[in-house]
Structure formats: C-alpha cells, structure tokens
Design a protein. Structure first.
Length: 392
C-alpha cells in the first residue's frame, strides 16, 4: 500500500480538508475493503458519530453507542474488534491522533489474516493524523462530533484544550470534562518537555461566559510563564496577580504540577483546590495534602504571595488523580454529596482493571454523572497522570 499511501499524502496538500474519509476509503479499497465508515467520538465521550464519505452516495450510518456496540468496544479498549459477516469480516479499529484515541474506522474485508489487520490498524493511525492536521482549516470535524449545540462558554473552553490523552513509554495523561456541551469555568493543560511533564487544572468561579473568560486568561498566563521556563511558585504567583488585576472580585481555584519522568518526583501547588488522590496498586492510598494558597485572584491582595510547594516521590505504576470540586460536590439521590470517600471507592472498582487511563477517567465521570441523573450542577473535570517508571 506504500505507493497508494504516498499518493494519498500528496493529495492532502490540495484536496478539500474535509476529504479525509474519502482518502481513507480509497486506501482501504486496495485491501479489498468495502463499506468503510469513519466515526469520531462526540464531546461527551459516549457516542461515535459517522463522518460522511462524499465520494459515496450511500446513506449515512447511524451513531454507535460507546457502551453497547462493537465500535464502542474498539474505541473504549483501544483495540481491534472483528466479527464474521456473510461477505467477509467486519473490522473496527481505533482512530489514533498521536496517542489520543478520537474515533473508529469500520470496514469489511474479504479475509482477516494478520497482515490485513495490521494494515487496517495503520489506516486508523493515518486517519487520526490526517484529521488532526486538516481540522485546523475546517469546522466540519468539530461539527461532526456534536450530538447537540455547544454553549458559547463550552465552545471557548474546548478550543483552549490540548488532546484528552497522551501516552508515552514512561508517562500517561488522561482528561475528561463534563458537562461537555455546557462546561463553563473548568479547563486543564499539560505539556511534555523533555523529562518534565507540566500540568494545570483550573476551576474559575461561576458557570457562565465570565467564568470562561477567567479560565482563558488563567490558562494563557500559565502557558506563557511555563514557556518562559519559570519556576512553579513563580507561575502560581503570577497567575494570582493577573486574575486579580483583570477580574477584580473574581477568583479561580486550581493546581499546578510537574512530574520528573526520569525519577517520578511530583511537585505541585494548590490555589484553594481539593487535594489530588494518589493511586497505588489499584486503590487510593491517600490524598496529596498541601496547605493551600488562597484561590487565584485573592492570594496576594496587594502584597507578596507566599506559595507552598508539595513534593511526592511516585513509584512505577502510580497514578495521581486531579479533580475539580464538581466531582466530589455532586449530589447523589437524597441530596447527599458524592464526596471524596465515594470517589475513592469508585476508583477502586476500576483502577485494578487492565484498562487505559483515558477509559478509567471516562468511566469515573460517567458514574458521577449517572448519580446526578445526567445533570451536573457544576463542572466536573478529571486529570489522571500515570508514571510508568524511568526511561530505559
């Protein structure tokens, strides 16, 4: 398929940016594949939405539920799923954007020897990379992911965010944001720069357009100082100052953190935020407590801000779960708070299973949302970081 792949890559330079499904379909035909469908995961991470193949006049397939379908199994497990069909074998492979799963390619092949399955999996990787590149010049891939309209604050927030997942041999990051279509003040960021993984979780006050503006400013301040190689306590204090000056009377809570991927050293600061949870051997072994600074925008109050910095040495396989208070303060039936203990129990149900970090946080937030009968009263954001050990 190498000659066809080269031609396909060259074609992306001049074709319509929305033509990725057409390109994948043409490449799949060289494998004898038919009925090729590209799906993207919706913003809520519950449904796989089909992308039209404009080279075909076939009717657009229906959406596929993540929890109950073969396509959903391929997405959730980040694995290849197969089922015999009268005309061959139906194959579902995950669409991979870098290391983040973003959808599924479904296709029917006459037979499924290892070489054909490997080629199908490579189509999923190529599809993810092409969509990631071409989505910068069209709105269509964003629109295909929407099961319903995004609010203005949610649209602003999603445009700020990095991919929901990152996987390397040494460290993994997985994030999830709810309510996906109406989120207001929650956001997160991460960047892997050589041996340092930088992280931020921000929860701006309110749940409206002002909250989105505060979060955008806070995230911009964090990225600016991080890229200037500032120390963690400096970034924290600077963020407090910029929020106080631009939004007097407003504030944001959050945490900033760094992980040294060579030795597993975690350092972090807290701005009036719930402590993160340390997960070891499939269970929560404790909260990473730190005397918090006041929320950003309230800390210095015109004076110098003293920022506490916590340190923890992670063991290979350890995970740290950062979360906003929308998770623990969600109300279960009867009015009781979801709470940190219930969150720890929920983590214990899933963390010992052989599932990826991204699937773990998706399941946790789905359970929190289900407890509120699909209607959260506040934004709920999770960021899970897993350290796998030092580089070989």
């Amino acid at each position: 398929m190498s000659l066809e792949l080269g031609a396909a890559l060259r074609a992306t330079q001049t074709t319509d940016p929305a033509a990725v499904p057409d390109i994948i379909g043409r490449l799949a035909s060289t494998l004898g594949a038919t009925d090729v469908v590209v799906y993207l995961i919706d913003f809520g991470q519950t449904s796989l939405e089909p992308i039209p193949d404009r080279s075909s006049h076939a009717e657009l397939p229906r959406s596929e539920d993540v929890a109950t379908t073969m396509a959903g199994r391929a997405f959730a497990g980040r694995c290849t799923v197969m089922a015999p069909q009268p005309d061959g074998v139906r194959v579902w492979v995950p669409v991979i954007e870098g290391s983040d799963r973003t959808g599924v390619v479904a296709l029917t092949v006459p037979d499924a020897p290892p070489a054909i399955i490997e080629a199908c999996e490579e189509l999923g990787i190529l599809c993810g990379l092409l969509i990631a590149a071409r989505a910068r010049t069209t709105d269509l891939y964003n629109l295909y992911r929407r099961r319903r309209a995004l609010s203005l604050p949610a649209s602003m927030q999603w445009d700020l965010l990095p991919p929901l997942g990152l996987d390397t041999a040494n460290v993994s990051v997985a994030c999830v944001l709810e309510p996906a279509y109406e989120v207001g003040g929650d956001c997160f960021d991460y960047a892997l720069n050589n041996a340092t993984l930088d992280l931020a979780l921000i929860d701006a006050m309110g749940h409206d357009l002002t909250a989105a503006l505060i979060a955008s400013l806070a995230l911009g301040s964090y990225r600016h100082d991080r890229r200037e190689s500032r120390a963690l306590d400096y970034i924290h204090a600077s963020l407090d100052d910029v929020v106080a000056k631009q939004f007097p009377g407003a504030h944001a809570t959050g945490q900033l953190a760094c992980v040294d991927v060579d030795n597993g050293t975690l350092t972090w600061t807290s701005a009036g935020h719930p402590p993160s949870l340390l997960i070891r051997a499939g269970r929560v072994v404790g909260a990473l407590e730190l005397a918090p600074t006041l929320p950003w925008g309230m800390g210095a109050m015109g004076g110098d801000l003293s920022v506490g910095v916590g340190t923890e040495t992670l063991e290979p396989g350890d995970s740290v779960l950062f979360h906003t208070d929308g998770v623990t303060e969600a109300r279960v039936p009867g009015g009781e708070r979801f709470g940190a203990d219930r969150l720890a129990d929920l983590i214990g149900q899933y963390a010992d299973e052989p599932i990826e970090p991204k699937e773990l946080v998706r399941r946790i937030v789905s359970a929190v949302v289900a407890c509120q009968k699909e209607r959260l009263a506040d934004d709920a954001t999770l960021m899970l970081v897993r350290w796998n050990g030092s580089p070989s």
